[in-house]
Unconditional design. Structure first.
Ligand code: SAM
Length: 277
């Protein structure tokens, strides 16, 4: 970096990994082999990219910071199976990119040390665009990993847990101290592995409405599910219909959103759609 006169940009979440042990743990969790592809988001100077290129048949790495491209050219020189795409992962058409650049691969996984300022939008884009992914193995803020993997009943469980677990099975791979980065972030980190489900975790007819019900149920965490839903979908006059829907879904009006499983939210959104016509 010194040779290139490169200075790290905090605004782009540039905390680079300097620990080989962690790099190997991330790559091992992705279960790659030479028939498979790896999509990396934010290669930085290419430390993880090199390990991915050794393990996978093909690697495509999307980097937003143009200043890193000459360095990546150097670090990836010996890896003709690795390619860098310059762009913002949130703006690129990932479905087209995956289809075109991983032709012939038996599967594709996302493997990355994500920029923390955009972790959730990136994960949601990957999930909602229904990319044909096998795994998503990412280093993220520990607190966000805890929320993604949380089970019903705790303070970490919320709309992010449901969105992630609707599409994937999460597994916490390891907790990472901040000493393995330069510069050191102020938060703890974790590697999380999301195994993308072939079918979503629950049968849902209208996904947009299902997620709207989930969002509304957590609008004010201290409120009961009935109060949160009443505020979002019903008036004083139509409130009776909410009771009908809760009863039909077998959910006590006094429960809080954080106690409902994905299956229960699916049932509830079906019954709510019915009474709302
Ligand atoms: N992979 C490297 C490592 O592990 O050392 C760097 C990881 S660093 C946490 C995040 C990287 O993501 C940086 O290189 C940053 O420039 C890049 N980045 C930030 N926002 C991005 C975006 N929207 N699209 C693509 N890359 C982005």
């Amino acid at each position: 970096m010194q040779r290139y006169g490169f200075t790290l940009k905090k605004s782009l979440g540039q905390n680079f990994l300097i620990d080989h042990n962690i790099l190997h743990k991330i790559v091992a969790a992705a279960e790659l082999d030479k028939s498979k592809g790896a999509l990396e988001i934010g290669p930085g100077i290419g430390a993880l990219t090199q390990q991915l290129a050794k393990a996978a048949g093909r690697v495509v790495a999307i980097e937003i910071d143009q200043r890193l491209l000459p360095m990546l050219g150097e670090t990836l020189q010996a890896f003709p199976n690795a390619e860098v795409v310059h762009g913002d992962v949130l703006k690129l058409p990932l479905d087209k990119l995956v289809e075109e650049r991983f032709k012939g691969c038996s599967s594709v996984s996302v493997v990355a040390n994500l920029p923390y300022y955009v972790t959730t939008p990136i994960i949601m884009k990957l999930l909602e665009s229904r990319l044909p992914l096998e795994h998503i193995v990412v280093m993220i803020q520990k607190e966000v990993a805890d929320r993604m993997a949380a089970k019903p009943g705790g303070k970490d469980y919320g709309s992010l847990s449901i969105a992630v677990q609707y599409y994937c099975e999460p597994e916490l791979v390891t907790i990472v101290p901040n000493t393995v980065f330069i510069p050191q972030p102020n938060v703890d980190s974790a590697v999380i592995k999301l195994k993308v489900r072939q079918q979503p975790a629950a049968a849902v007819d209208d996904e947009a409405f299902f997620f709207a019900v989930v969002q509304a149920s957590f609008a004010q965490r201290r409120k009961t599910i009935a109060n949160n839903l009443a505020g979002r979908f019903f008036t004083k006059e139509t409130k009776g219909k909410l009771e009908v829907a809760l009863k039909a879904a077998g959910i006590e009006a006094s429960r809080r959103g954080e106690t409902l499983s994905i299956e229960e939210f699916a049932r509830l959104s079906r019954e709510l759609a019915r009474v709302l016509g």
